[in-house]
Write a protein that binds this ligand. Structure first.
Ligand code: SAH
Length: 351
């Protein structure tokens, strides 16, 4: 008999935990899986598990750098800190900081990164950056120009499932040796927003408490210190039901129980909640699709300029442009969210 799934160390540990203590919430399964996954490797690029926008083209980071520079200039060019959440290989930061420097903006660099393996890669790419485990230790005395690309989707989500007896937390349980979903024992109806309560049995809804907490803390910081936050990810602008948890390994979708700790677990980001949080805190905010935003910022002209400089690179530049902005590629699925405090200008590109 051949084993169907890869038995990672973490899978064995989860199995022992569930046998001893009973089913565990999906949020714990996802949180511990991703903590293990990201600490142990550089997951990006062709030889890794997935490719992100900054790895597709320098134009992506450049547009973000110019967006930040424009805000900073309209704010009166104060001293600022560039903050990146989950900077991966440091590619976005490298491209953004180069674009900023060309316009006279040279901020201190603060990176929030949980993975030791990726901190090494980032230190190699950037040099002179200060690392943080969480946003709580970021400088308190400067406006923050904060960026996060494909950061929020990696944070653990909680799932709730509608059962015959009402809403329950969705758990990971064992059936023989295999992980399966199961409904938790306690009623969770009060955790479901009224507008979503009435659903067919089996309906799943998701929430990401870690993303909400991060947005709240960032909003408070921006109000006190000034600056802007720009969060880009795949997800939805309107509230929705249904599960989006998925696992990616070697550029392919795999089962969410296939290899915990050895595959990337992600979920769509709920941008409606981010907007709600920004509104509640009295910040200005806007969101749109990645394709619309990059187009409005003039990435077409940037692509043209690159083609003029390196005509032999034209096919690759055109292909990268299409991947980043095309409706069937990243252009529609990926969303861009920005928030700024009332005493700062609002970000460009949102129409
Ligand atoms: N922004 C990069 C990388 C995206 S992958 C890019 O666009 O290419 C997700 C990044 O977030 C990785 O750097 C990962 O190590 C980091 N990360 C994931 N969960 C984290 C957490 N809870 N705390 C800090 N960093 C985290």
């Amino acid at each position: 008999m051949t084993a169907k799934r890869e038995d990672t160390d973490l899978a064995s540990r989860f199995r022992r935990l569930i046998e001893r203590h009973g089913p565990m919430p999906v949020s714990r399964y996802m949180g511990e899986s991703n903590a293990r996954y990201y600490t142990s490797r550089d997951p990006l690029g062709a030889s890794g598990d997935f490719t992100t926008a900054p790895e597709i083209s320098q134009m992506f980071g450049e547009m973000i750098g110019l967006w930040l520079t424009d805000l900073w200039a309209r704010a009166g060019k104060p001293d600022c800190a560039y903050v990146e959440l989950g900077p991966g290989r440091g590619t976005l930061a490298t491209d953004a900081l180069r674009a900023m420097a060309s316009q006279g903006l040279k901020p201190a660099v603060h990176l929030v990164e949980g993975s030791e393996a990726l901190r090494d890669v980032q230190a190699g790419a950037l040099g002179g950056a200060t690392f943080h485990d969480t946003i709580d230790t970021l400088p308190e005395d400067l406006p923050l120009l904060a960026v996060g690309n494909e950061f929020l989707d990696a944070l653990p989500i909680r799932q709730l499932v509608m059962t015959e007896k009402g809403w329950r937390e969705r758990m990971v349980a064992l059936d023989e040796d295999a992980f399966v979903f199961a409904a938790g024992p306690s009623p969770m109806d009060d955790a479901v927003p009224d507008a979503m309560k009435d659903q067919a049995v089996g309906t799943v809804i998701e929430a990401c408490p870690a993303a909400a907490a991060l947005a709240q803390t960032l909003a408070d910081r921006l109000k006190r210190q000034g600056g802007a936050a720009l969060l880009i990810d795949y997800g939805h602008l309107q509230p929705r039901t249904g599960e989006t948890l998925q696992a990616i390994k070697a550029h392919r979708k795999v089962g969410v129980f296939d290899a915990p700790g050895d595959m990337d677990l992600t979920a769509h980001v709920d941008f409606a909640i981010l907007s709600q949080i920004a509104s509640g805190k009295g910040l200005n905010h806007a969101s749109t699709t990645q394709g619309q935003w990059l187009g409005a910022l003039g990435m077409g002209a940037r692509a043209q300029a690159l083609v003029t400089k390196t005509p032999e690179g034209a096919p690759q530049i055109a292909q990268a442009f299409e991947r980043l902005t095309g409706a069937d590629e990243m252009g529609e699925l990926f969303k861009v969210f920005a928030m700024t405090p009332p005493d700062w200008p609002e970000g460009a590109g949102f129409g």
